[in-house]
Each structure stands twice: as C-alpha cells, then as structure tokens.
Design a protein around this ligand. Structure first.
Ligand code: SF4
Length: 468
C-alpha cells in the first residue's frame, strides 16, 4: 500500500487535479468571505460558538445521558457504538430486522468513517447516496475528497462521462446533469424502507437532531422511508437550542458561504399521531470510535470542537496541492491531519502531521478557533517520541543542529564556511543522484548581526546630516 508521502507526491504531480482543486477551493473561499463581509463582530461569534461547544464537550457524559433521556421520551431509540464495527452491526442489524431491501442515505462523514455502504453491500442491502456529490463518487467507486463537497475533485466533463458510462444518459450542462441525478434518485426515495443520515448536532435539552443541507435529499430520506436512522459522533451534542443557534450562526457561512442552508431540519423523535409525514421509527446511533480517548487528552481535546465546516481545507496550501484522497482516509486537510492520527494512531497516520506549512490560515478560518498548527506540532513531537518517527541518525543531526543554533557565533562560522563552499555545492549537480538536491539549494546569505546593522544606520544618518 502507498504511504502518505507517495500518495501526496503523485497527487501534487497531477496538474489537472491541482487546477480543479484550486478553482473549487477558491470558489468556496470567495463565498465564505462574501458571507462574512457584513457579519459584524466575527471574533465575538467565534467565541460564542467555542464556548457552546466547549461547555458540552467538557460535560460529555452528562450531555449524552440527557440526550438519551429526551430522545427516548420523544419516542426514539438511542444506541451506543464503541467503534466502527459496532456501529455497522447496529445499523445493518436494524435494517435486517425490519426486512429492509433499499436504504437511501443523506451525506454523512460518519457513515464514511464507519464504512457503512460496504457493510450494507455485504448484507445484500442496496444503499444509495442521495447527496449529489456523494451520488457521483458512489457511482465512480471513490471516497469523498472534501468534507463538504465530496466530489470537488471532479470536473463537470468527468461527471458527464461518468453519467454516460453508468446511467447511459448524456448531458452537457450542470443543470442537465443534476436533472439526471434527480430523476434517478426520485424513484429510490419512494421505494426505500430506511433513511440513514448523519447529524450536524443533537440538542441534549430537547432530544432533537439538527441537519443542514441544500438539496432536499435529507428531507426526503427522513420523511419518505418508514425508518430513520441518524448516526452521529458523540462530541456533536450541544446542550441547548441557543447553543445550536451559536453554531448555526457560523457553520453555513463557513461551509458554503450561506447565511442559512436551503434546508434546516430539526427532528425530535419519530412521527407523532396526527402528523402528516416523517418516519414512524427513529434511531440515533452515537459513535465513540476513539473520541473518549481524545477527550481524556487535555492538549488534543480541542479537536472535538470541530463543527465540520470544511473552511480549513479551502485555505490550506497543502490540501489545495494534493487534494483529499492523498490523506488516505475520510478526513482531509488540516482537520483530517489532526483527527485521523488521533482516531487511528499509527506510524502511517502520524505522517499526516507533517502535511502542514505552519502558515496558520486554517486557524484563522476555523469558526471554532482550533489551533491546528499547534496541535500538529504536538503530534509531530509525539510521532518522534511514541511512533519512532526519528531514527538515531536523525536524533544526532537534530541534537547537533539544536546545539549550533543555540550558539550564534558557531552558527555564523558554519554558515560562512558553507557559503564559501557554495560554488562547489552547485558543482554536485553534475552527479545524477545529487542533481535535484544541488540544483534547488543554496546556502543563504545571513543578515549582518543587528549591532552592525544599527551602526550602519547611524553612519547613514550622519552622512545625511543627522536628525533634524
Ligand atoms: S477544524 Fe475548524 S475550520 Fe476545519 S472543519 Fe473543523 S470547524 Fe471547520
């Protein structure tokens, strides 16, 4: 299997992909900037969102207990899943027990995280993605490359070719392509026995699940079939509807540049007597899958504040160069580089912590104020300490560099010597193995120390006749 470095190198060399990514991320970033242009005090709103999220994350067991009570009181059923395997078993078990043959799914990163479509397929149950982007990548047999726009890596022409190949339909414009998907999905909505969605939030005080979308497919998936199953990671609970409002003030703006999404649904339990539509059964599956471990880590629990807006991806120079698939799992970009190694710690996933230039654009864009660069630095440190990221040779070199940098005179001496050798270094480019290294590197010229710069400035002032 390819390593992260190999995948990233391959993706970075794909000029077509880079072009698509930059254009798409640029559009999303532009929409976000426009949505915030007349917003008022963004920092105050960010502080409110962070406070609301922190309040529930730091009291997670209490919040989840209250949520379970309220969902149960409203007629729903709450299930706890410790890991992805348990979550798959619960959801597929619910479908099997009810003799479900067809499931329609709303866009949900959690169902990607637990590999739900694969589990349905193994159980012989058809599951159809109904979000347009998810539908496209399901037809293509690919995973999402962005948490908000799963098919962001695909151009319109590629989608047209895909629809022709898989559905036998021809279209040229985006509205025509959308119409094809709409017609194909409409009959699935009407025939489905179960709708599976994620959840943007659940409110502990009311037992409600909050879902945002723009296409109406989630409304269909939750109202047409007789059973609605929502799968949510445990940290997405908020305490009150007011707290949900604080999240909603920034989430759609940060995600798609909208003040509000086209559809905002708040479900509390299944359909009640006298109500015209809605599923007759409602199940909420709460997934841990490593979140309790993150919660117990005082430095890393900050990542649980993430509201999955995707804004950090759209501003990240690494994401815009390599795209989402290179990250190797469902969560790409800065949020994925932090979350993936925390959820699935391994030497391979800790490599993601190096996918950062330290520019800080993600921290600035994040509505929850998550300090991704700081968390990634800490993960790099843990990679060295716990994952064997650093061999004895590297340790020796790093120790020598640290000792040299702590002694300015020694550093200057070494850099001066290397600079004198610079022409010889360039001559190394004649050797095939060293060509790329020697061609692109130069020993930098150091600035003179500040005291000689101050002296030079004094001299210049005197030459101009002193201060007037
Ligand atoms: S880390 Fe922040 S910017 Fe990135 S997806 Fe989460 S909330 Fe959005």
């Amino acid at each position: 299997m390819d390593t992260f470095e190999q995948r990233a190198e391959k993706a970075a060399a794909d000029a077509r992909l880079r072009g698509v990514l930059r254009r798409a991320a640029g559009v999303l970033r532009g929409l976000r900037e426009r949505a915030f242009a007349d917003f008022g005090d963004i920092e105050a709103a960010k502080a409110r969102l962070r406070k609301a999220r922190l309040r529930s994350v730091l009291r997670l067991p209490e919040m989840l207990t209250r949520l379970e009570e309220r969902v149960t009181a409203a007629g729903g059923v709450v299930h706890y899943a410790g890991d992805a395997h348990q979550a798959r078993q619960i959801v597929v078990g619910l479908a099997r027990d009810r003799d479900v043959r067809l499931v329609v799914k709303g866009k949900s990163m959690i169902s990607e995280e637990i590999g739900l479509n694969g589990a349905f397929a193994e159980a012989g149950i058809e599951s159809v993605e109904t979000d347009l982007g998810e539908y496209i990548i399901q037809l293509a047999g690919e995973g999402p490359s962005h948490i908000i726009s799963p098919a962001l890596h695909k151009s319109k022409d590629e989608v047209a070719a895909l629809f022709l190949e898989k559905l036998g339909k021809t279209a040229e414009t985006a509205p025509e392509l959308t119409q094809i998907a709409r017609e194909a999905l409409r009959e699935k909505f009407l025939a489905a026995d179960m709708g599976v969605t994620g959840a943007n939030m659940a409110v502990a005080d009311t037992g409600s699940v909050v879902l945002l979308e723009n296409e109406g497919n989630i409304r269909f998936s939750t109202t047409c079939p007789r059973v609605h199953v929502a799968v949510m990671s445990i940290e997405k609970v908020v305490e009150t509807l007011d707290d949900a409002g604080d999240v909603l003030a920034l989430l759609p703006r940060s995600a798609t540049g909208q003040r509000m999404p086209v559809y905002l649904s708040v479900f509390t339990g299944p359909r009640r007597d006298g109500e015209a539509d809605g599923a007759g059964e409602f199940h909420l599956v709460l997934l841990d899958n490593g979140r309790s471990r993150i919660l117990a880590d005082p430095l890393m629990r900050e990542m649980l504040l993430c509201v999955r807006c995707g804004a950090c991806l759209n501003v990240c120079p690494v994401y815009k160069t390599i795209g989402g698939h290179a990250y190797g799992w469902v969560y790409p970009g800065p949020m994925g580089s932090v979350l993936t190694p925390l959820l699935m710690p391994s030497r391979e996933t800790f490599a993601l912590a190096h996918a950062c230039t330290g520019c800080g654009a993600c921290r600035e864009a994040c509505p929850a104020g998550i300090d991704h660069p700081g968390l990634l630095l800490e993960l790099r440190r843990r990679g060295v300490e716990d994952m064997g990221w650093c061999g004895p040779g590297e340790r020796l070199l790093a120790g020598a560099a640290a000792a040299t940098l702590a002694r300015p005179l020694l550093y200057r001496g070494i850099m001066g010597g290397l600079r004198a050798l610079d022409p010889q270094l360039r001559a190394l480019s004649r050797f095939p193995g060293l060509r790329a290294f020697a061609r692109t590197r130069q020993v930098p010229r150091l600035k003179p120390p500040f005291w000689s710069r101050a002296r030079a400035m004094d001299r210049e002032r005197l030459r101009r006749g002193g201060d007037r």
